[in-house]
Design a protein around this ligand. Structure first.
Ligand code: NAP
Ligand code: MG
Length: 491
């Protein structure tokens, strides 16, 4: 294994040949000596052999970010914006290549990979508007000759830990605004998606002209570098996207850092989709199908519970069952596939356990099918009770629980009876009724007459309760990734 060689010369054309880390603008091997085979979750084909980062790599990455940030923070807003506009042209030119990586490394269907590519493109365009949006204030105060100004500044270095489910988008959702606002970044992708979650993104920004050291990617085992990343004193802000238990742990460890830092947590969900008695049944069925089965259910906003008013319950179950039976599952590269492979074996175990739990509880199994390799066929269980363990957990797989609610009041109580509060949806033909219902849902996001999965780069994104802390996108992320400095002048 070659150590610390500049590998960029090996892959000037295709984005290929990823082997390790991107630190201080150099493509280097991780120093632990360990390697991890990055495999296609559908057929186990080896995509890359990734050398793993250790504590010294992490230290170098944060040092590089710290050293590079000052110049980058002073760069003209137009020069920072230009990097994102260039990145968009690269993304467009390499669209098929990037979608291919998402399909191969994260088990994304072509449908989902295309949506993810679009979300990254939209996020880059939004980031191009951000350098000029860090605006301050001049505020009148009751003191003669005093001028009070508030300057908005980059925070410095931002640490980003991202998950494997929407690796390119969920990394970029933090990385792009953090960079655009003049910060430097150290990114740790999931070891399940080192390329699409990190190295590929770094390649795009490198090609777009981002100066060396401004973005660094460390790939390694969470048990080796995870706590050190969260505890590191350099990042002033840490954003974590992933599961609630790991998010809690990161918050605890970050609290032990010698320098206090802000943390943003985008965590798990248990999204309810509520179908009221006056809903358009066909539309509700379609939304509950896509919202549950898109990306095999591995989305934080996935519809995790379908709560249906008793008056239309039987009709809904019948129509939903018929629709789910038509879903094509299997090869993610087949454009007709909606349900591809789960991302890893622990996901397969978790989802298999969820199915077993539903069966043990005696819930009515309306749709089922085989589990072959990492492909779990769509499952639907009806007559599920809202307080069962099956319904309380985030399933994160292609398994749909349907719950009967006696009336609107019970539907609302069920929707809110969860530790999570990320996304949600309600179906009704009466817009005012939908709005009133939506306002009483304890969640960060509620969609009337639509699926539970929406993420726009200029619209607030975030959760309540155990779904997280802080807000992403648009002006909300500008607040997260900047700090305010009160400077007064006495005349
Ligand atoms: P995860 O297991 O919590 O992992 C998330 C990230 O944290 C990965 O990069 C993981 O690396 C890393 N990690 C694990 N242990 C760590 C530690 N001790 N210190 C530092 N980093 C550590 O979550 P996941 O299974 O990848 O993703 C699924 C979960 O994410 C679901 O609960 C889903 O709802 C949630 N999610 C939330 C949002 C949102 O916006 N709210 C979006 C997407 C997903 P390794 O994988 O290499 O261990
Ligand atoms: Mg893999």
């Amino acid at each position: 294994m070659q150590q610390n060689v500049d590998r960029s010369a090996f892959f000037p054309r295709a984005y290929d040949g990823f082997t390790g880390q991107y630190i201080a603008g150099r493509w280097v091997a991780g120093t632990t000596g360990a390697t991890v085979l990055d495999r296609n979750p559908y057929d186990d084909a080896v995509l890359a052999e990734i050398t793993q980062a250790g504590l010294s790599d992490l230290a170098q990455a944060f040092a590089a970010a710290k050293a590079a940030q000052d110049d980058w923070g002073r760069a003209l807003p137009g020069d920072r914006a230009a990097v994102f506009l260039k990145a968009v042209t690269i993304l467009e030119a390499r669209k098929e290549e990037i979608i291919g990586w998402l399909v191969r490394e994260s088990g994304s269907t072509r449908l989902k990979a295309g949506i993810e590519w679009g979300a990254v493109r939209a996020g880059m365009l939004e980031a191009a508007t951000m350098p000029a949006s860090a605006q301050g204030h001049i505020i009148p105060v009751d003191r003669p000759g005093k001028e009070a100004r508030v300057y908005k500044k980059p925070v410095g270095v931002v640490g980003v830990i991202s998950p494997w489910n929407f690796p390119l988008h969920l990394s970029n959702r933090s990385v792009a605004p953090a960079l655009a606002l003049g910060n430097a970044v150290v990114l740790k992708p999931s070891n399940d998606t080192p390329i699409t979650g990190g190295l590929l993104l770094a390649k795009i920004y490198e090609e777009a002209g981002l100066p060396a050291g401004v973005l660094n990617v460390v790939v390694g085992s969470s048990s080796v570098i995870g706590d050190a990343f969260a505890r590191h004193p350099v990042p002033r802000v840490l954003t974590f996207t992933g599961s609630t238990p790991v998010g809690r742990h990161i918050a605890q460890v970050a609290g032990e850092s010698s320098l206090l830092k802000r943390i943003g947590l985008e965590l798990g969900g248990n999204a309810p989709l509520v179908v009221l008695d006056d809903a358009d049944l066909e539309k509700a069925v379609g939304a509950a199908l896509i919202g549950r089965f898109m990306h095999q259910g591995q989305i934080c906003m996935s519809t995790n519970r379908i709560i249906v008013d008793a008056s239309i319950y039987d009709d809904f179950v019948e129509a939903y069952t018929a629709a789910v039976k038509t879903i094509k599952y299997g090869d993610p590269n087949d454009p007709a596939t909606l349900v591809g492979p789960l991302c890893n074996d622990s996901q397969v175990r978790n989802v298999t356990e969820s199915i077993a739990r539903a069966r043990q509880s005696g819930f009515r199994e309306c749709v089922s099918g085989p589990i072959e390799g990492r492909v779990v066929a769509p499952h639907v269980f009806a007559d599920v009770t809202n307080d069962s363990e099956f319904a309380r957990n985030e399933i994160f797989g292609p398994v749909a629980p349907i719950i009967r609610a006696a009336n609107e009041a019970e539907a609302l109580a069920f929707a809110n009876d969860t530790e999570f509060g990320l996304s949600s949806a309600v179906f009704t033909r009466d817009e005012a009724r939908g709005l009133a219902f939506a306002q009483r849902i304890e969640a960060g996001m509620t969609h009337i007459n639509d699926i539970t999965i929406h993420d726009y780069p200029h619209v607030m994104f975030g959760g309540e309760k155990n779904s997280g802390l802080g807000r992403f996108n648009g002006k909300w992320i500008v607040e997260e990734f900047t700090t305010d400095h009160f400077i007064s002048i006495q005349r």
